[in-house]
Design a protein around this ligand. Sequence first.
Ligand SMILES: *Cc1c(COP(=O)(O)O)cnc(C)c1O
Length: 226
Amino acid sequence: MTEIQQNLQKVLQSLPNEGVRLVAVSKFNPMTAIEEAYAVGQRLFGESHAQELVPKAQALPKDIQWHFIGHLQTNKVKQVVPYVSCIESVDSDRLLAEIDKQAAKIGRVVDCLLQFHVAREETKFGFGFDECCAMLQSERFASLRNVRITGIMGMASITGDETQLRSEFGRLKAYFDALKTRFFASEPAFCELSMGMTHDYPIAVGEGATLVRVGSGIFGERMYQH
Ligand SMILES: *Cc1c(COP(=O)(O)O)cnc(C)c1O
């Protein structure tokens, strides 16, 4: 087994047997690294840039599921929509409307997660809770036919403070539950809570994550951190 394959096995073994899926975040890593993970069964990968996702998705096996996890500009939506199984980083109604438009053009329904801002850092993207509720109540949202909201995503603060991390992940879980009750009670597809990265995913799992996004813990430290 290669180092990547060993890291992957370790992460998988540390997750509960059911209810949590691993998104292997392959951004800034070459296709050969993805192929190593693929060879031992990994099929779900995360990318955060359109210009990286598209060539990888075109060249690599078609049974890979690609989750887009980075900040997505509306002018890049058209490029990624044919290749993604889920866009985890929907952070505005304008972006969601554009995904709907581009998905309609190619006859797809694209799964989307709504990204929430819970970290201390102002630089991170995402909805506030009230802002998101306003969108979900709007007529514009009701008119969208080519997106399906399958849950929410968030990133915690960059900190080693476990209490802080637990409180931020707990907040995401509370948002998920509240939205489920208020807007998606009759929609079983709304079931995903994506939270936790290399340094904090065990805490996220403890707080109810159904998807964890692990990059450097599998593929090694990247040259450029995003
Ligand atoms: C890069 C990235 C990750 C993975 O981060 P690691 O610390 O390398 O595990 C997870 N989620 C998002 C949104 C990212 O941009």
